[in-house]
Design a protein around this ligand. Structure first.
Ligand SMILES: [Zn+2]
Length: 486
């Protein structure tokens, strides 16, 4: 069994390092002293192990260039995900939903309740219920411990290879190209199929996913509709479908089961949320060159090719900001603001447009109005703090960021803004300390220790701030040491 250092970066960072950590946790003893699988399969991972794996996974996700660092789209996906989780009758745990910038249709679940959704899936879904059905299916793989059970179910003699392969194959849930290379190189292609979800797991995830979907008031027909389209696409074209189909075997029987289930339910027309349409318009506005995105959005609006006029206009304004055509963007924003639907994403776009155009007073006014109308919508709070910093109102920014941090102390984006605020105020210790907190929350304890040490060396800050930083450093050092031991 080769030894892996979770801190050594690999060729492709996404998930590989984390999954090496997973492989190590999954195989707690040396190859010469093989684990008793009966024991492992009864217990899978402990809660603490699973949390540690989950944090390691997210650390790699956050530094991957394909991770879509868009607070608004992430907020939408987490809202949809938690709407489903909250009606699940299965074990309750924390989930993290994140978006991967990848045009293929895919979604994948990993240990620690981390669920990734490709932008390709967000765009390919023809209704919000279709998107929800895939997310509900993935949530069920997590609540039923399917991944841990798959690893634990392998025969004992395959364990050394299994541990190495587990990471490659789990990475495959995100990117099939990476995994097939890794699998070919170990010449153990047959094992690949054993780590794809079995039909029993698929059936279980379908059934529980369906329950969640109906309880959360989505259209249960979204499930059979989406999966039949995936299968048709797979049959006739060399399309982007197989990435998902390879890890989630789809059979005619599964689709028939889904249809039978939804036929039994009473017909209900479920309307997509405005945010579902706005998120898709936002993604489209980021595609291609800014000029092309503007042209595509203008054409769609003019020819009325849209599900929602508001979303089409929102997409056009977003593309115009991207193309730095601020005057035209502002005129679309005005039309959006005079319309009825009040979405925090529209307030945000209005404020962001003013900020990008250099109108700080208008931006601040819009962020404040947005925060008052949608308290708790964090992307607007980030924008408000950024606008205060841009206007040089550092003291006000500090008041605001401290207030938000007292409510959301685990928000890594708020800590990054706190670091920037303290830096603008010349507080070196506090700025490094805030960067350290952000790093620790992103799962990177080594960087956290480095930053807090720089802060302690900076020589400013009060006695109280210094003691607090030193206590934090001791905590992180202890946590990092125990992580390395694992
Ligand atoms: Zn599945």
């Amino acid at each position: 069994m080769p030894t892996f250092s979770p801190d050594r970066p690999m060729g492709r960072p996404l998930m590989l390092r984390a999954l090496l950590a997973l492989a190590l946790v999954a195989q707690p003893v040396a190859a010469s002293d093989l684990p008793d699988l009966g024991e492992v399969s009864r217990q899978y991972f402990s809660d603490q192990e699973e949390q540690a794996i989950g944090r390691a996974i997210m650390r790699d996700v956050y530094v991957d260039p394909r991770y879509l660092d868009d607070p608004e789209i992430e907020a939408y996906l987490n809202q949809l995900g938690y709407k489903l989780v909250s009606v699940s009758t299965r074990n309750q745990r924390e989930f993290t939903f994140f978006v991967v910038n990848d045009p293929t249709i895919n979604a994948f679940a990993m240990p620690g309740g981390n669920i990734g959704v490709h932008t390709g899936l967000l765009l390919a879904a023809q209704s919000e219920s279709e998107l929800a059905s895939v997310v509900a299916h993935e949530i069920s793989h997590v609540t039923q411990d399917h991944i841990a059970r798959m690893i634990a179910a392998q025969s004992q003699s395959q364990w050394p290879t299994m541990a190495a392969l587990a990471l490659a194959l789990l990475a495959a849930r995100s990117n099939p190209n990476v995994a097939s290379a890794a699998v070919a190189s170990t010449q153990a292609y047959s094992i690949q199929n054993q780590l794809n979800y079995s039909r029993d797991y698929e059936r279980e995830a379908d059934r529980l996913g369906y329950e969640m979907l109906t309880r959360a008031d989505y259209d249960p027909r979204g499930m059979s509709g989406f999966f039949s389209r995936l299968q048709r696409a797979n049959r006739f074209y060399d399309s982007s479908a197989p990435a998902y189909l390879r890890t989630h075997p789809l059979t005619t029987e599964r689709i028939a089961d889904m249809q039978a289930r939804s036929e039994g339910s009473s017909y209900q027309q479920v309307e997509d949320s405005l945010e579902f349409q706005l998120v898709r318009a936002r993604l489209r506005a980021q595609e291609n060159s800014p000029a092309d995105a503007v042209l595509a959005a203008r054409t769609a609006l003019k020819e009325k090719r849209y599900g929602s006029e508001t979303a089409a206009r929102y997409g056009l304004a977003t593309a115009l900001v991207r193309a730095r055509q601020f005057k035209d963007a502002e005129s679309e924003v005005q039309k959006l603001l005079s319309g009825k639907p009040a979405s925090p994403m529209i307030q945000q776009l209005a404020a962001d447009t003013a900020l990008a155009a250099g109108n700080q007073a208008l931006a601040l006014q819009r962020y404040q109005a947005g925060n008052a109308a949608h308290p708790g919508y964090r992307p607007l709070q980030y924008g408000h703090i950024q606008a205060l910093l841009a206007a040089g109102r550092n003291g006000d920014a500090l008041k605001q960021v401290d207030k938000e941090l007292s409510l959301y102390p685990l928000d890594r984006r708020l800590w990054r803004l706190a670091a920037q605020t303290h830096a603008q105020l010349g507080h070196r210790l506090q700025s490094h300390r805030a960067q350290a907190e952000a790093a620790a929350l992103s799962g990177n304890l080594v960087a956290a220790i480095e930053q807090v040490s720089l802060g302690i060396k900076a020589g400013d800050g009060s006695f109280y701030e210094l003691s607090a930083a030193e206590a934090r450093r001791r905590e992180w050092e202890a946590a990092e040491k125990s992580q390395r031991k694992n």
